[in-house]
Design a protein around this ligand. Structure first.
Ligand code: AMP
Ligand code: MG
Length: 347
């Protein structure tokens, strides 16, 4: 069933959705980062349905979403001082913390790890659904495994319609990239396992120290043992192959884009900056203006939808203009490197 809550949450329908969750069904709903497919995190059978709908590898654990901090004690051990500081500063928000789990969380949620990823979203619809369901909700991004995350219902319906019991439409998601995932190491230093809207700079300002896991910007082999299993997999990828162009100088940037347009005899789509459109002489459907150069917030918000749109003309190659690795740009580049399977021109 499709529910349109773009304007406001419908309270009668909210009861229906929460009953579905309590009865072990799976539901798509918006958060401030991307859309999620949620199930009662305490019901192993319900969580299993998420893995099936997404085709998600069973060793990739899920994030458990709570309505408020008061619920933390039910599912995780007492946080230490650094963890508590991070919770106080960044929850609710686009921030996920890995904590020691209590046995109440089924193994399927954590892929057997002794830790669990926790987030408290600050989107009104997400909070309403979690609060009135009365259970923690395990929810990965709403997309088929390996594809870009879903940031609007039109994109998601094509991929997942018929595989879930309900779809709640809350319009386009605000941020457009998944949450920042952090684990505090044994030395008490926060380690970023996946960058996001909460930046390394934000965490450093709060704690004084931050480490970015080596695998955030480098290629990870599927057989490798990593801190966060999600790092291993091909991810955020449309059907067409993608190439990332990331030059400091605009002249170099345009030179390389033109070089590849020629190499692929024009059978490309460029996802690029508004002001580069007129320099490339492409038909409208072959140039997707993602934002003005430097507008990283808008870039983050639009990138997944742009990747799906690019696929529509069936190009041989999608050429993507990258961004500076600072602020949320760090998260954008983390995702795009995987989108492009590390095929990048950097100058
Ligand atoms: P998704 O929900 O698809 O946005 O992905 C959740 C991310 O959190 C994946 O990259 C997981 O590998 C990571 N994750 C979830 N639980 C844990 C955990 N207990 N330890 C480390 N990483 C985790
Ligand atoms: Mg995902």
């Amino acid at each position: 069933m499709y529910y349109n809550w773009k304007e406001a949450t419908n309270t009668e329908e909210l009861k229906v959705i929460c009953n579905l969750i309590r009865n072990g069904e799976i539901v798509i709903f918006p958060t401030e980062t991307v859309y999620g497919i949620g199930a009662n995190a305490l019901d192993a059978n319900a969580v299993g349905k998420i893995f099936i709908a997404k085709g998600r590898p069973s060793d990739n654990p899920l994030i458990v979403h709570l309505a408020d901090k008061g619920k933390l004690g039910e599912i995780v051990e007492e946080p230490n001082e650094v963890e508590q500081k991070l919770i106080d500063a960044f929850m609710p928000g686009p921030f996920t913390l890995i904590l020691k789990r209590k046995p109440i969380i089924p193994d399927i949620v954590t892929a057997g790890l002794d830790t669990v990823a926790i987030r408290i979203p600050n989107n009104v619809i997400a909070r309403g659904i979690i609060t009135y369901s009365g259970v923690p909700i395990a929810a990965p991004s709403a997309n088929v495994s390996g594809k870009p995350s879903g940031t609007n219902i039109e994109d998601i319906r094509k991929e997942l319609e018929g595989k879930v019991s309900a779809i709640v439409d809350g319009g386009e998601t605000e941020i457009g990239l998944e949450s920042t995932v952090v684990k505090v190491n044994e030395q008490g230093i926060p380690v970023i396992l996946r960058p996001g809207k909460v930046t390394p700079e934000d965490i450093e300002r709060l704690i004084g120290k931050v480490i970015i896991d080596n695998n955030v910007l480098q290629k990870v082999d599927e057989k490798e043992v990593v801190e966060s299993p999600g790092m291993k997999y091909k991810h955020y990828s449309p059907e067409a192959k993608c190439k990332l162009i990331c030059c400091q100088d605009d002249l170099d940037e345009i030179f390389y884009i033109k070089k590849y347009i020629k190499e692929y005899q024009g059978n490309v789509v460029v996802i690029g900056f508004e002001e580069h459109k007129e320099k490339l002489f492409l038909e409208d459907e072959r140039f997707i203006a993602i934002c003005n150069k430097g507008d990283l917030e808008k870039y983050a918000k639009n990138i997944y939808s742009a990747l799906r749109q690019a696929d529509k003309v069936n190009p041989k190659m999608i050429i993507i203009e990258g961004v500076k690795k600072q602020g949320i740009g760090y998260a954008i580049m983390n995702r795009l490197l995987r989108t492009c399977e590390y095929d990048i021109i950097e100058k």
